[in-house]
Design a binder for this molecule. Structure first.
Ligand code: ATP
Ligand code: MG
Length: 596
């Protein structure tokens, strides 16, 4: 049955919604696909639901094609399984928690590893039952700190999550590759540019993992690529770490020729810029080169808040011309969250000279006892200008390994376009994207926590190897909207369009509507889905504007030309139109929709 604009539950808006920061989001609201209920919580109207169902259909088809079976868990879940995996605590404030009338703790599922693990434990006992792949397509709930861009980052959002169960690691590897292939097929069909990148596995745990990012300048994730085909989320980039040598000869070779460290007066230089200026003015380099920010070592303090609420200060040393990248840092300290080191924190550490903090007081063994980690860019044998832990003083020629060491390494410095790639294959290039899918080799993390074991061929109990594979369904609709529009409206790829063709009847003539109805029926007869603008007393101008806003790729206009036996076929993406004889219209539209 055609959707009729005269009765469709839809009101298009001429004005942009005030809370929409990205163009695709604005258009989804204006064209009547979604309506906001609360921050990050959306209602899907008929047109939006059609698109969402198409995305689900593609995903479902590709999951079933690799043999995964669909099931559905509740969203409302008991605490216990999440307690067993420790995620009741680790998920922190992102978890929607509630209490039932008897006082029992419940949650709204943010992801369902625990439930799938328990379901398989419930039914299966033997290696003969495996391999197994299960999936569901269901709303998920996360109390995101910053819901964003409508359905791109919601607090309720629909995800497809799949899980694989195998008796050994080889099985897991095969399942992972199977899902990886299915993902490339899904994203090829969804029609946006994407890239598979090495990822950090974050709160999920486990080892190997990759993300599929939709390439988009307004994306929240930054990723790097090099010429060898290596691609990684910046969160997951691990730069080579050079250890401080223990061998005496090696140590001498590294820094034996370097001048001894010396403390200098550098009044009023609490920032890198003021320090560099003062160093050049008052303490010029012996080799005649200018000091730059890259010669300074910046020690950044933060507070890690662990899931159990404990607060741990942390100092991070990075070259002064770089920042501490919040995302890289967060990924590495997860599940702890990062908070700023405040004035009140400074008061607890009198040995910290704000603006002049140096390695002299940092580290578990030193005055403050604050754990001190260095970015690998601070290589052993490199000499630095850094704080002397006294207001107005800096230490020069301080050599890593000779004059100071840290408690460990952290990959936290901001990565820049042109930085050397960790693979050695040419410089890194940076781009931004939106995470559309994430595949993980979980290993035994959840199976262990929840006791999922099966008997292997030798009758021995072994822990099941699991993988987990997510795709953001509602986010995909958002990404397609962001990547498929122009100034006047949405332009859906054919496979996702809410209808195959938008038939627009214009003019008051009764014959026009009659013909439009007739063509609609004939198109449906051919298996096409139709959105029919049959609204009486709505001007052609308004109808055309709505059709452009809604974004069905093929528009069939039945109007003025009918008297001469002609209708018009418009191509929404190209903005072009052509007249065809009424009698040839159905055939022409079908050919266009089917790409013939
Ligand atoms: P992000 O880093 O964007 O928060 P995530 O790492 O938390 O994502 P996963 O837990 O791996 O995401 O979830 C699987 C998929 O679900 C993601 O790849 C993404 O497509 C989608 N997704 C995650 N969070 C949201 C959200 N708040 N709104 C819409 N989709 C989401
Ligand atoms: Mg997230």
């Amino acid at each position: 049955m055609a959707m009729r604009m005269s009765t469709l539950f839809l009101r298009t808006l001429r004005e942009d919604p005030t809370d929409a920061e990205l163009p695709g989001h604005r258009l989804l609201v204006r064209a009547g696909y979604v309506r906001r209920v609360a921050p990050g919580i959306y209602t899907w109207l008929p047109l939006g639901l059609k698109v969402m169902e198409k995305v689900k259909g593609i995903v479902r088809e590709e999951m079933e094609a690799i043999g995964d079976q669909e099931i559905a868990f509740p969203s409302l879940l008991p605490r216990e399984p999440y307690e067993a995996s420790n995620r009741w605590t680790e998920y922190g404030d992102d978890l929607f928690r509630l209490t039932d009338r008897k006082g029992a703790d419940m949650l709204l599922g943010p992801t369902h590893e625990e439930m799938f693990t328990l379901a398989v434990k419930d039914l299966y006992t033997s290696y003969k039952d495996l391999p197994l792949g299960l999936f569901q397509i269901l709303p998920k709930y996360r109390d995101e700190l910053r819901p964003r861009a409508g359905v791109l980052r919601g607090r309720e959002f629909t995800m497809k999550d799949a899980y694989s169960f195998d008796v050994d690691e080889a099985g897991l590897e095969a399942a992972y590759q199977r899902h990886r292939k299915a993902y490339t097929r899904v994203f090829d069909r969804l029609g946006f540019e994407y890239v598979a990148v090495h990822a950090d596995s974050g709160a999920m745990g486990g080892s190997a993992s990759e993300e599929f990012l939709a390439v988009m300048d307004s994306g929240e994730d930054t990723f790097v690529r090099d010429e060898s085909g290596y691609a990684a989320n910046v969160e997951a980039v691990q730069m080579p770490v050079v250890p401080v040598p223990t061998d005496e000869a090696e140590r001498t070779a590294l820094w034996g020729h370097l001048p001894a460290a010396h403390v200098e007066d550098t009044p009023d230089t609490p920032t890198i810029e003021t320090l560099v200026a003062a160093a050049n003015a008052d303490h010029p380099r012996a080799d005649g080169r200018e000091w730059t920010a890259a010669d300074t070592l910046k020690n950044v303090l933060v507070v890690l808040v662990h899931p159990d609420g404990t607060r741990e200060p942390l100092a991070i040393g990075v070259p002064g011309d770089r920042e501490v990248d919040a995302k890289r840092l967060e990924a590495q300290v997860s599940p702890a969250v990062v908070e700023p080191f405040e004035t009140a924190d400074f008061e607890q550490y009198p040995d910290l000279a704000k603006g002049y903090i140096g390695p002299g007081v940092l580290g578990a063994e030193r005055a403050t006892g604050i754990r001190y980690l260095l970015d690998p860019l601070v290589t052993p044998g490199s000499a630095w200008v850094t704080g002397a832990d006294e207001a107005g003083k800096h230490v020069f020629d301080l050599v890593h390994g000779r004059d100071f060491t840290a408690d460990g390494t952290i990959h936290a410095a901001s990565i820049r376009e042109g930085d050397p790639s960790p693979t050695g294959a040419g410089p890194l290039r940076l781009a931004r994207g939106v995470e559309m899918g994430h595949i993980f080799q979980l290993g035994t993390k959840y199976a262990e926590a929840l006791g999922l074991k099966v008997l292997d061929q030798n009758g021995k109990l072994v822990t099941v190897q699991m993988g987990s594979y997510g795709i953001g369904i509602t986010r995909a609709v958002g990404v397609v909207a962001e990547t498929h529009h122009d100034e006047i409206g949405l332009v859906w790829p054919r496979e996702l369009s809410p209808a195959d063709v938008h038939v627009v009847a214009t003019g008051k003539d009764a014959a026009v509507l009659e013909k439009a109805e007739e063509l609609t029926a004939a198109l449906e007869q051919q298996g096409l889905t139709v959105l029919l603008d049959d609204r009486p007393k709505v001007s052609p101008g308004v109808k055309f504007k709505d059709a452009e806003l809604i974004g069905v790729p093929t528009i069939l206009v039945v109007g003025k030309g009918l008297a001469e036996g002609e209708v018009e076929i418009k191509d929404r993406a190209a903005g072009s139109s052509r007249a065809v004889a009424v009698d040839a219209a159905v055939e022409a539209v079908v050919a266009e929709v089917r790409g013939q």
